[in-house]
Design a protein around this ligand. Structure first.
Ligand code: FES
Length: 189
């Protein structure tokens, strides 16, 4: 309703602009005048065009949903899912990452293998990430132990909230050549 009203107002504005332009053009040619009928017609057409454009925009927006709760957005891992130091990494399917906790804090490791992009699963028995495609093996901090992968697993920025929940920004994976403690987000407790 508000949008439609706004469109009508903007359309009327466009109509006025057209009318003024017509006036100027008319004075330039010193003959032609814009009648009241033309003014009303221009204002109406302008309003219709603006309203249709807004409706079309809203229609397209409907098919372009926000990326919330999906890979590429900021995802939350609640405090009760944060693993203890050395525990099995927490797997987040939507975010395609493992949340690992070591002595330095939390690491959100992108599970896409840095070799050819396979999904790298955690192997509990090996205490490693082990890519099934060509055998790359990564330590729990994501650094490569062996295999053809050219670099460690990428990681996502982690923010610890005051409640102990953790936010992982899956929109910006960071590449690295080695592990550095600054890559981990300190986690209290
Ligand atoms: S894709 Fe993982 S080792 Fe090749």
């Amino acid at each position: 309703m508000i949008r439609t009203g706004t469109g009508a107002i903007i359309g009327a504005g466009v109509g006025v602009a057209v009318w003024v332009f017509g006036k100027l053009a008319g004075s330039a040619h010193a003959v032609k005048t814009v009648s009241r009928r033309n003014f009303v017609r221009n204002a109406t057409l302008g309003a219709i065009v603006i309203i249709l454009a807004q409706l079309a925009g809203g229609f397209l927006r409907f098919f372009w949903p926000n990326k919330t709760g999906a890979f590429g957005s900021v995802l939350t891992v609640t405090a009760d899912n944060i693993p203890a130091v050395g525990e099995t990494p927490f797997r987040n399917t939507a975010g395609k990452f493992y949340l690992v906790r070591n002595e330095d804090g939390l690491l959100a490791l992108y599970w896409k293998c840095t070799h050819l992009g396979c999904t790298v699963p955690w192997n509990e028995g090996e205490d490693r990430f082990h890519c099934p495609c060509h055998g790359s093996i990564f330590f729990r901090n994501g650094v490569k132990e062996s295999g053809p992968a050219p670099r460690p697993m990428d990681f996502f920025p982690v923010t610890v909230t005051p409640t102990g929940d953790v936010q992982v920004d899956t929109g910006s994976p960071t590449t690295r050549n080695d592990y550095d403690p600054s890559q981990a987000a300190p986690y209290p407790g």
